[in-house]
Design a protein around this ligand. Structure first.
Ligand SMILES: Cc1cc2nc3c(=O)[nH]c(=O)nc-3n(C[C@H](O)[C@H](O)[C@H](O)COP(=O)(O)OP(=O)(O)OC[C@H]3O[C@@H](n4cnc5c(N)ncnc54)[C@H](O)[C@@H]3O)c2cc1C
Length: 403
């Protein structure tokens, strides 16, 4: 893409028409530019980012991670994380919806391999650019994903599930939902399965709306989910294994990439603000300028953390993925990335001063900060830290830098 084709959209995006046959990078940038153009309206109206997903689908980005023999492009986790980053910097809600969809796909790709129903689903996702939602939050249980109340009921080869799904992002817009559930009526809460239902399999009765500070376009309302389907829609491997190997690490990598993108958009606005301010005052920088340095450096640290986590995930065999150090580091990625994203957006706001605090104008940090604030509570960091305390106590404090 030439510089002439580029333009600033308050963010770090370039616009150029891109078709499904173009390279991933070009398609990512084109979709992100559309998302950026509509991000303010999505946020203001608390509505689904239709235009962005039209652009994403038109560029065949929904199934990029699906293996080539099933109709996808076999894109790597790093490539998908990079799309999450670009979309997140354009429109946080678009990025997060894409990230949640890709997390579900990662589970089906890895744990539904050789299962005819799931392989067919992956083909459908590529052919029809289907969007999959996620349902883990249930009743008053919040983000305790490793425990389900509602159980899968079996009658011959058919199954049913009635679930108080307190939060399903883009539940109304999705083409299907991937949900955790108790394996059977007599199973323990922790004996879970992961089931895929397509839209024709279920009804959603609204129970609570989504009027929030940020991430307003994820439309994460609550529903009573009533689903009927075939037993083969249950992923063949137990959720315990799926969670450890794929769901938790990929969710944390993709979410963190979105939040880093949100933080990057705030940093870029602060950079442009300071350059503009310096131009208009003979090189004199505004009083908050030092906060920019902090934001920019923290963004580099955050990007390095995500990159190292992707490398660690890609290099982990089954035994390593199940180990306590691996699980701890992948959980801590979410905690660290979310805290950093908030702090970066806040530093960018301080750098921009009043121009950043405004809800309007080219240098407003308002949307980025509000969106970033969702990150520490999207599975509460305190819950994660509390769960990790016992295992952290077993780890001896390193006495050398090379340990
Ligand atoms: C932008 C966004 C999008 C989301 N999208 C989805 C989605 O698509 N699908 C989905 O399933 N979830 C979604 N969630 C919900 C998320 O997965 C968590 O369920 C949610 O953030 C709550 O996490 P938490 O329970 O750790 O934190 P908190 O907010 O701290 O806890 C939530 C509630 O859980 C109850 N609770 C849980 N455990 C206990 C306990 N031991 N004792 C007392 N009370 C308890 C309390 O009522 C508490 O108010 C989304 C969240 C956000 C912010």
């Amino acid at each position: 893409m030439t510089a002439a084709q580029s333009r600033k959209v308050n963010e770090i995006h370039v616009v150029a028409p891109a078709a499904p046959g173009d390279g991933l990078d070009m398609r990512k940038r084109a979709a992100a530019a559309v998302a950026a153009d509509h991000a303010d309206a999505v946020d203001r109206d608390g509505r689904f980012p239709f235009e962005a997903f039209e652009a994403i689908r038109a560029r065949a980005l929904m199934g990029v991670m699906v293996p080539k023999d099933l109709g996808g492009e076999g894109a790597s986790l790093r490539e998908v994380a990079d799309i999450c980053y670009a979309l997140g910097s354009a429109c946080a809600s678009t990025g997060m919806i894409y990230a949640m969809h890709q997390t579900k796909l990662a589970c089906v790709i890895r744990h539904g391999r050789n299962a005819p129903w799931h392989e067919n689903l992956l083909r459908q996702i590529c052919d029809r650019q289907l969007l999959m939602a996620s349902s883990t939050t249930e009743g008053q249980g919040g983000g305790n994903i490793r425990s389900s109340v509602a159980a899968v009921e079996r009658l011959g080869s058919t199954i049913s599930l009635d679930r108080a799904a307190t939060v399903i992002s883009y539940g109304e817009q999705a083409d299907g939902v991937v949900t955790t559930a108790r394996r059977a009526a007599d199973a323990l809460n922790s004996d879970q399965v992961l089931v895929v239902f397509l839209k024709e399999n279920y009804s959603l009765e609204p129970i609570v709306g989504w009027n929030t500070l940020g991430m307003r376009g994820t439309c994460s309302a609550g529903f009573k989910l009533k689903a009927r389907g075939e037993a083969e829609q249950i992923l063949p491997e137990p959720y315990e294994k799926i969670h450890v190997q794929t769901m938790m690490p990929t969710a944390h990598i993709f979410w963190s990439s979105v939040w880093a993108g949100v933080a990057a958009s705030a940093v870029e606005r602060a950079r442009l603000f300071l350059r503009n301010a310096a131009r208009h005052s003979a090189g004199q920088l505004p009083p908050g300028a030092a906060h920019y340095t902090s934001a920019a450096m923290n963004l580099k640290t955050l990007r390095a953390l995500i990159s190292a986590s992707i490398q660690r995930f890609e290099g982990a065999d089954e035994a390593t993925a199940a180990s306590i150090p691996f699980q701890t580091s992948m959980n801590m990625l979410k905690v660290e990335a979310s805290e950093k994203a908030v702090s970066i957006a806040h530093s960018a706001l301080r750098a921009c001063g009043l121009a950043g605090y405004r809800n309007d104008g080219d240098y407003s940090i308002s949307r980025a900060l509000r969106d970033a604030l969702s990150s520490p509570i999207m599975i509460n960091n305190d819950r994660i830290l509390g769960n990790l305390t016992s295992s952290a106590l077993l780890d001896e404090t390193p006495l050398s830098l090379t340990d």
